[in-house]
Design a protein around this ligand. Structure first.
Ligand code: NI
Length: 138
């Protein structure tokens, strides 16, 4: 059976700070550089959510893109957009909000809403040149 990947692009702006409380400021700056700025800083995140599966013979769809759009809005954009990830998003209360960790949190928030037989993959751009991908636990 043919499997097709459908993707939806989305966007959110968010602030973060990358640091470990158990490290000194110097250690944090050495590893996280500008992203450890104690006053936080923002990124314009570009998100691509991809769903792979068989085509429903009745609709011709893998997944209704309107449904996918609404899921991203409700679970990701409304939760992350214009937020301070460290301080306002509970998932990052004790998890460093790197692009890697954000991509996993996005995947975990969306996965329960995607049909079991379909695969879900997250691509998250933190800058136009730096991006991460997560397709579930391996
Ligand atoms: Ni940053």
């Amino acid at each position: 059976m043919n499997k097709v990947t459908v993707s939806r692009k989305a966007h959110f702006n968010a602030a973060h700070r990358l640091y470990r409380k158990d490290w000194t400021d110097a250690q944090n700056e050495a590893i996280f550089d500008k992203c450890s700025n104690p006053y936080f800083h923002g990124h314009n995140y570009d998100l691509i959510v991809s769903v792979t599966g068989e085509i429903d013979p009745e609709t011709g769809y893998v997944m209704d893109m309107k449904v996918l759009k609404d899921l991203i809005k409700a679970h990701i954009e409304d939760a992350f957009d214009h937020k301070n990830l460290n301080e306002q998003v509970p998932e990052f209360a004790s998890l460093i909000p790197t692009a890697e960790n954000i991509s996993i949190v996005i995947w975990e928030k969306l996965r329960p809403h995607i049909e079991k037989n379909n695969d879900l993959s997250i691509t998250l751009y933190e800058t136009s040149r730096n991006y991460v991908e997560f397709s579930g636990p391996k």
